[in-house]
Write a protein that binds this ligand. Structure first.
Ligand SMILES: Cc1cc2nc3c(=O)[nH]c(=O)nc-3n(C[C@H](O)[C@H](O)[C@H](O)COP(=O)(O)OP(=O)(O)OC[C@H]3O[C@@H](n4cnc5c(N)ncnc54)[C@H](O)[C@@H]3O)c2cc1C
Length: 267
């Protein structure tokens, strides 16, 4: 899939780029080198790649969707893709937590069974809370997509789960690896792959920082500026407003209080 600027003069910058499906045997396409995620493995192995496109020509039917619609197509695809990544991550985190708990109740160290040690219990509790919070946010986002049937209306929520995903996954996978000791960091267990995958989740489909910016901008859209140096919620201001609003009641209360005092009624 190749993005190319086809309409450089279109008024809207988001309508200047198109997507093309380019078969790799098209003249001018050259795979320079494949790349793998993570450490180890031979240079040149892997499923990603550096690809060169030089004077490549394709027929009109190589155009994907409408001309100039690359960003629209990409956003729809990426919106669903990000939720899909998040749902798979919920499963991976649950798997890591299950393995952590299984090991905790099985392994005895000099200080007793792992599951009886409070710092291990804290890790398990923190992991469970993080997983369940993440699961609920993903579920809510999927529900909003079903409800609105418009990814644009759910941008904030999709950005939020994209930001949360690498953190929750990385934390749980790291704790699970740590709890398994030397075995956990070996290539005979799944945890190192999980930790790397969590890092990838924070980069692929746009880095975490960019999604935080999207999220913050969407959140801030609902707020209007306060033009006074002292904001409307400044306590002295609130008090003054309340005193003005309830002036009559306060005056009545003062009279009542003075009367009670004169009658020596305890208050
Ligand atoms: C396994 C994998 C698969 C991928 N698949 C695809 C794919 O199918 N299609 C596709 O188009 N792309 C794909 N990508 C590319 C991915 O979207 C980019 O790698 C990602 O957007 C980061 O860009 P970059 O690598 O150029 O890093 P850079 O943009 O150089 O980022 C460098 C650092 O700066 C940070 N950074 C970037 N922007 C900001 C900012 N605004 N504020 C603060 N910090 C910032 C980043 O988080 C990072 O730490 C894939 C990446 C990976 C790892």
């Amino acid at each position: 899939m190749v993005y190319a600027i086809t309409d450089p003069d279109a008024k809207d910058p988001y309508r200047r780029t198109s997507i093309f499906l380019v078969p790799t045997d098209t003249p001018g396409v050259r795979i320079i080198r494949n790349v793998a995620v993570g450490g180890g493995g031979e240079i040149g192995s892997g499923n990603e790649g550096y690809v060169e496109y030089k004077d490549v020509r394709v027929p009109y039917d190589a155009l994907l969707g409408e001309r100039g619609a690359a960003f629209v197509i990409a956003q729809v695809r990426l919106g669903g893709g990000r939720v899909h990544h998040a749902m798979r991550t919920v499963g991976a985190c649950k798997h890591a937590l299950d393995l952590m708990c299984k090991r905790a109740v099985s392994r005895n160290t000099r200080d007793g069974k792992l599951s009886d040690l409070q710092m291990v219990q804290a890790d398990i509790a923190d992991s469970w809370i993080a997983l369940e919070s993440f699961r609920l946010l993903v579920l809510r986002t999927a529900w909003l997509i079903d409800k609105h049937k418009d990814y644009n209306m759910v941008r904030k929520d999709i950005a939020a789960i994209k930001v949360m995903m690498p953190k929750v996954y990385g934390d749980i996978a790291t704790k699970a690896a740590h709890l398994h000791g030397a075995l956990g960091v070996s290539n005979e267990m799944p945890f190192m792959h999980m930790v790397t995958s969590a890092l990838v989740m924070g980069i692929a489909d746009g880095p975490t920082e960019v999604h935080k910016v999207t999220l913050a901008k969407q959140v801030l859209k609902d707020y209007r500026p306060d033009n006074d140096l002292f904001p409307a919620y400044h306590i002295p201001k609130l008090r003054e407003e309340a005193q003005e609003k309830y002036a009559e009641d306060l005056a009545e209360m003062k009279v009542e209080y003075a009367k009670m005092k004169a009658d020596k009624v305890s208050v």
